[in-house]
Design a binder for this molecule. Structure first.
Ligand code: BTN
Length: 240
């Protein structure tokens, strides 16, 4: 990764780069707002819901940004990531609520936001040049390379991603909700299953409420507000 190119292009940013780090989430904790932490490899990459994030050396973008907490931040980050991918590669991503970035039915990027000492640490992982995944992920994950048939320079993606994060996180809440619902086939009219503590809920999505939570309408007509993810297209398995 050509970090000096990134630093030249974004001179106002503190950009830290680790060849190997446990997790950029930990490395970004405590840095000033606006800082960016990147890694070539993570040995303990963190995913949502306590899952690990597969962080193969040299193949992906492993990035944490220090941001101000804001309403709908995770939705805005998903929009930014999809926008950056489309602008560099031309690939049109879907957004699986709340913030899985999908190509077809497979996940190409994920977002994890943690609140630490009053800051929002926004972790973005993008599968860029992976040619394969571990067996447990291969049915669920893809990379830009697998999807488009060519490799992509990670610097180009980062040079699109960082301004896109700035742009989408500045939007007000109604605009974020509107854009998300336009960009996501999961927001409304999609039959889904949602893993919950007491079992699996199945129904059809019926939009987002003003806080960005997903409404799922069961077949008996009752609505449930989903606040914590775990959404899958009905019939799909589980993975990264
Ligand atoms: C998810 O489960 O979908 C969220 C994945 C987030 C992965 C990124 S990679 C950069 C940052 N560092 C981590 O340890 N996790 C996030």
């Amino acid at each position: 990764m050509d970090i000096e190119r990134l630093r030249r292009a974004l001179p106002q940013r503190r950009i830290e780069y680790y060849e190997v780090v446990d997790s950029t989430m930990r490395a970004a904790s405590g840095l000033e707002t606006g800082s960016v932490v990147l890694a070539g490899e993570q040995t303990a990459g963190q995913g949502r819901h306590g899952h690990a994030w597969h962080s193969e050396v040299g193949s992906g973008i492993y990035c944490s940004l220090v941001l101000q907490p804001a309403p709908l931040l995770t939705l805005a980050l998903g929009l930014a990531t999809a926008h950056a991918i489309a602008s560099v590669t031309g690939a049109a991503c879907d957004l699986r609520w709340p913030n899985d970035i999908m190509l077809g039915e497979r996940k190409v990027a994920g977002i994890l936001v943690q609140l630490v000492q009053g800051a929002a640490i926004a972790g973005i992982g993008i599968n860029v040049n992976h040619t394969s995944f571990p067996a447990a992920l291969e049915a669920e994950a893809t990379s830009l390379r697998l999807h488009t048939g060519r490799t992509w320079p990670r610097e180009e993606l980062l040079l699109a991603l960082l301004p896109a994060v700035e742009m989408f996180t500045r939007l007000d809440a109604p605009d974020i909700l509107r854009l998300f619902q336009q960009a996501s086939s999961y927001a409304a009219g999609r039959r889904v299953q949602v893993s919950q503590q007491d079992g699996v809920l199945e129904g059809v999505t019926a939009g987002l409420d003003s806080a960005g939570y997903l409404v799922v309408r069961r077949d008996d007509g009752t609505d449930t507000l989903i606040v914590a993810g775990g959404v899958r297209a009905a019939g799909a398995g589980c993975g990264q």
